[in-house]
Design a protein around this ligand. Structure first.
Ligand SMILES: *Cc1c(COP(=O)(O)O)cnc(C)c1O
Length: 453
């Protein structure tokens, strides 16, 4: 009988996160101050983040100890399983062996609690009373609500107003964990009031919601802010995924030739791939790591490597990133987690150095892949995860053409059980392909006045 899933025990939960910066020949370039454009130091972040997270953000140490309290909390859903996608392999009639790491069994349904839990923990240690954040589709907001609740911290989530109305169950989920969810733009902040003065019916955006959450945190000593992707410490926390997966692939007795993950700001991609990339950097292995993005938001495949703001308003530090320009407004695709204009500094540097690859996929192909997966493997994937599955299918088909039996591992970073609207639209023929013209991308990038790299 062929084994379907490869499990670890609680005692196998890794004791340290992996910080890939230690192994990078070309380190990511430092962030710049949004006003002066000088290199900023960690201290500039002190009004928003606890000291330990700032230390991790700039750390060059290879391994970072995971606090015992965090490992205890991880036990609620970790270790997560690695499955062999036998049903999908059969449907594709491919000689490739396909495996997936399933992060959808966390309480909020995605990989995001892997960083929400340590972020809440370090804030609690620092005596913080409340954490503010933004959320679009609601995955990050619900993960942080859960984490804050576990550590007895108040949580205030600025949720993009249009999503607040479109995704009522995500809001209820956050309320269940005790969070206060505020539709953004709101009247509670200067940033929100100024937007509402100009446009009382503003549907909101992630950029505006970030501005509101940051303003709230910056004004109060006992309030901090938390981010769910992009930053170095977030990527480092997510390596728990790949560290477990390496142990599981050792159990399988087969190391992957290809590791695939969907890409929004880079956290779940980094999480699964960095521990495999470590083997490339340290042991000379040649594992291909592929990031999958939407053709409608193609920062990795068609963006430019240059300094840009993390938010839409231009309040955050400038980060060296592959970007489509911070003013770029992605089409309203259902994979809300991938609708972000830029990529984190570490992954951007790795792509620039050709140490990782990227693929873009059209919308219909993405949902076709997700439905095939649901019908062959059972789990209904998050729309974001469907992008990774589209890449996996393309690689498995190539293996078939070339008659090669390669091993592919991908990150099923979340389930789609709260994304039924997306699947409903797909079955109703309402999913449309968006491919940007070069002129559209050039126009967005032409609005930047920041240094190219
Ligand atoms: C947030 C999210 C993403 C995108 O964010 P990354 O930081 O790139 O991982 C992808 N998938 C799911 C399910 C998400 O919740």
């Amino acid at each position: 009988m062929t084994t379907k899933k490869f499990l670890l025990e609680e005692k196998d939960i890794p004791e340290r996160w992996y910080n890939i910066v230690a192994d990078m020949e070309n380190k990511p370039m430092p962030p710049l101050h949004p006003g002066t454009r000088e290199v900023i130091t960690g201290e500039a972040l002190a009004p928003l983040f606890p000291e330990e997270l700032i230390r991790q953000e700039v750390s060059q140490e290879k391994w970072i100890d995971i606090p015992e309290e965090v490992r205890d909390m991880y036990k609620i859903w970790r270790p997560t399983p690695v499955f062999r996608a036998l049903g999908l392999e059969k449907a594709l009639d491919t000689p490739a062996k396909i495996y997936y790491k399933y992060e959808g069994q966390s309480p909020s349904g995605s990989h995001k609690p892997n960083t929400a839990i340590p972020q809440a923990y370090y804030n609690k240690q620092a005596g913080i009373r409340k954490i503010t954040t933004e959320t679009g589709a609601g995955q990050w907001g619900s993960a942080l609500s859960f984490a804050c609740n576990q550590f007895g911290i108040e949580c205030e989530v600025y949720m993009v107003k249009i999503s607040f109305h479109h995704k009522p169950y995500r809001k209820t989920m956050m309320n269940t964990w005790g969070a206060n969810v505020i539709p953004s733009p709101s009247n509670l902040t200067e940033a929100g009031r100024s937007i509402l003065a100009k446009d009382p019916d503003s549907p909101g955006s992630l950029g505006i919601a970030i501005s509101e959450a940051v303003e709230m945190a910056a004004q109060n000593d006992d309030v901090n802010y938390a981010l769910g992707s992009v930053l170095n410490h977030v990527l480092t926390h997510q390596t728990i995924i790949g560290l477990e997966a390496v142990k599981q692939m050792e159990k399988v007795g087969d190391m992957p030739d290809i590791v695939v993950a969907p890409f929004g700001g880079g956290s779940n991609f980094a999480g699964l791939t960095f521990p495999f990339l470590r083997m490339n950097l340290e042991e000379g292995k040649q594992i291909r790591c592929i990031a999958s993005e939407p053709a409608s938001c193609p920062k990795l495949t068609r963006g430019q490597f240059r300094y840009d703001f993390g938010d839409a308003v231009g309040m955050t530090p400038l980060i060296p990133m592959y970007t489509l320009g911070h003013n770029f407004v992605p089409a309203p695709i259902h994979a809300g987690g991938l609708r972000y204009h830029g990529a984190g500094a570490i992954v951007s540097q790795l792509l620039h150095d050709n140490l990782i690859e990227a693929r873009a996929h059209m919308n219909k192909e993405v949902f076709e892949a997700g439905v095939l997966f649901a019908r062959t493997e059972g789990i209904i994937p998050a729309p974001e995860a469907n992008h990774g599955i589209a890449t996996v299918i393309a690689e498995a088909n190539r293996c078939k053409e070339e008659g090669r039996s390669e091993t592919i591992l991908f990150n099923l970073c979340g389930h789609g059980n709260l994304d039924m609207k997306a699947y409903e639209d797909y079955f109703a023929g309402k999913i449309v392909d968006h491919e940007l013209t070069s002129a559209e991308i050039d126009a967005s990038l032409a609005m930047l006045d920041t240094p190219t790299l």
